[in-house]
Design a protein. Structure first.
Ligand code: SF4
Ligand code: SF4
Length: 157
């Protein structure tokens, strides 16, 4: 039974579709993995992450440099919504939106659990300071930059 003095947090009680805009935005852990360039194997359909990032991504802050206008600047940037998160199979396994849409709990390093936006970086679960810009990279160069990231398929501790 839940102690009324310590009610459950919103992400444990509200479906994604019922969250306020602020609650929804607060879920993003700032991992930066969804801003990586991904390559799809045409034969298998398998999606591979690289260590190259979207031109609008800031590696040092691990954030989009123009979040409000991101879709206007990068037309193929995907705006996450409760209605599309389940269909986006390439979203990182550690992504808070993906986890909640699958009925899982937020990881122990998530800032809503720790109270610190730094905890994801300290846990090694973000791509901060570990990527290069996509700009100027050929397809062949991108192929050579396929990278396994912590928490994602193929990664082993
Ligand atoms: S993968 Fe999910 S949690 Fe990580 S930055 Fe993208 S939207 Fe935020
Ligand atoms: S436009 Fe911004 S949010 Fe979209 S992929 Fe690029 S860096 Fe990420």
């Amino acid at each position: 039974m839940t102690d009324p003095q310590f009610p459950k947090p919103f992400w444990q009680t509200k479906p994604l579709a019922d969250m306020s805009a602020d609650e929804w935005e607060s879920l993003c852990d700032g991992c930066g993995k969804c801003c990586l360039i991904r390559l799809e194997d045409e034969e298998t359909g398998e999606v591979h992450n690289t260590d190259a990032h979207c031109k609008l991504f800031d590696s040092g802050s691990c954030e989009c440099k123009d979040y409000v206008n991101r879709k206007a600047v990068v037309s193929d940037c995907v705006i996450l919504k409760p209605a599309n998160i389940k269909a986006l199979k390439w979203m990182p396994r550690s992504c808070a939106y993906r986890l909640l849409s699958e009925g899982a709990e937020l990881p122990e390093w998530h800032h809503l659990r720790t109270g610190s936006r730094d905890s994801i970086h300290e846990a090694g679960m973000s791509v901060r300071n570990a990527t290069v810009t996509e700009e100027g990279l050929s397809e062949a160069a991108l192929l050579s930059r396929i990278t396994l990231w912590p928490g994602e398929p193929g990664w082993e501790d």
